[in-house]
Design a protein around this ligand. Structure first.
Ligand code: SF4
Length: 213
């Protein structure tokens, strides 16, 4: 983790972290950008988030838009129709049940439509400064298994396994480090093991083909 902390300085921040930094970790902006980011490339997430926020930036103003208007603003993020519906409904609930604020507990976050553990963990880590959560997405799941830290089949299993196998001081950083590494070096296909700073610590479980320089 120390080696990764140094190495990721040479790479761009993932889209949600960048949006979090620019918005002073505003919980609503982190929540919305994380919801839009699922299965979507970073530049597309960043552009869609900024188009939406230029028109509506609060739960009240987004809830007042029609689903069609939200769809148009966030297109072409993946599953934009589902995400538009979930976003409007989430904003309505935030206004009606939480005074227009994003709640700060896992249990409350999970009641919001379209919000799963990945999104809830990231909001808790980035905006509420939680030291108790690990956010596992597809990159964290894949790389934790390749490294041999865990042996799991789903991101949900990986999250629970990582609480047992990693030191808690790293929990808030695991997502940032491994997502950055996954986007740039430890890619889903043809990982760039030859230039990887942690290759001497990596079991390379399941890695059969690597990128050749
Ligand atoms: S050595 Fe290869 S498989 Fe292991 S973390 Fe680095 S890029 Fe990924």
């Amino acid at each position: 983790m120390r080696a990764l902390a140094r190495a990721i300085d040479d790479h761009d921040l993932p889209a949600v972290e960048k949006i979090a930094e620019e918005s002073q970790e505003d919980p609503f902006e982190v929540l919305v950008s994380t919801m839009l980011s699922a299965q979507t490339r970073d530049p597309v997430t960043a552009a869609a988030t900024s188009r939406l926020f230029r028109v509506a930036r609060t739960p009240r103003t987004i809830a007042a838009l029609t689903v069609k208007q939200i769809e148009k603003l966030i297109y072409p993020v993946s599953f934009y129709r589902h995400k538009a519906k979930h976003l409007k409904e989430t904003c309505r609930i935030l206004v009606e049940q939480h005074g227009g604020r994003v709640p700060g507990t896992m249990a409350e976050l999970l009641t919001l439509p379209g919000v799963g553990r990945k999104t809830a963990n990231l909001v808790l880590i980035l905006s509420f400064k939680s030291l108790e959560n690990i956010c596992v997405d597809t990159h964290v799941h894949r790389i934790s298994n390749r490294l041999g830290w865990v042996k799991t089949r789903t991101p949900e299993e990986t999250e629970q396994a990582l609480y047992k196998t990693t030191h808690r001081r790293w929990w808030p950083y695991i997502n940032l480090y491994l997502v950055t590494w996954g986007q740039n070096v430890c890619k889903p296909v043809y990982p760039r093991c030859g230039e990887c700073v942690i290759r001497s610590d990596c079991a390379r479980v399941g890695v059969t083909r690597v990128s050749t320089p």
